[in-house]
Design a protein around this ligand. Structure first.
Ligand code: FES
Length: 105
């Protein structure tokens, strides 16, 4: 598991998102209403839709796939609505000295 530095915490305010690419894997980071940061792969399990571009609800901790509308829980990566039925990859996020770090293989 490698740890990658993403950005300063101040660059990702509550309700904010950020898309990064690490060794060919696109990952979306989302800062929730309570300040927690979660990260999922930016690829819908239904038909590879760009999940991080979907509508983000920071209070409900969900993102809606922009392609066919499946709603995903950002903590678990599990879809809450069809047509997707498989979870997407999630990644641990750590804050250290005001810097956002992501753990990824
Ligand atoms: S690609 Fe995401 S719901 Fe179809």
């Amino acid at each position: 598991m490698a740890e990658k530095t993403i950005c300063k915490l101040t660059e990702l305010p509550e309700g904010g998102t950020r898309l990064v690419e690490i060794d060919g894997t696109k990952v979306g980071l989302f800062r929730l209403a309570d300040g927690e940061i979660v990260a999922i792969e930016d690829r819908c399990s239904h038909d590879d839709g760009p999940l991080a571009e979907g509508t983000f609800d920071p209070a409900a901790c969900t993102v809606e796939c922009p392609r066919h509308g499946s709603l995903f829980d950002l903590r678990s990566g599990r879809p809450k609505t069809l047509p997707a039925y498989s979870p997407v990859e999630t990644y641990p996020v750590r804050i250290e000295d005001g810097v956002v770090k992501l753990e990824i293989d």
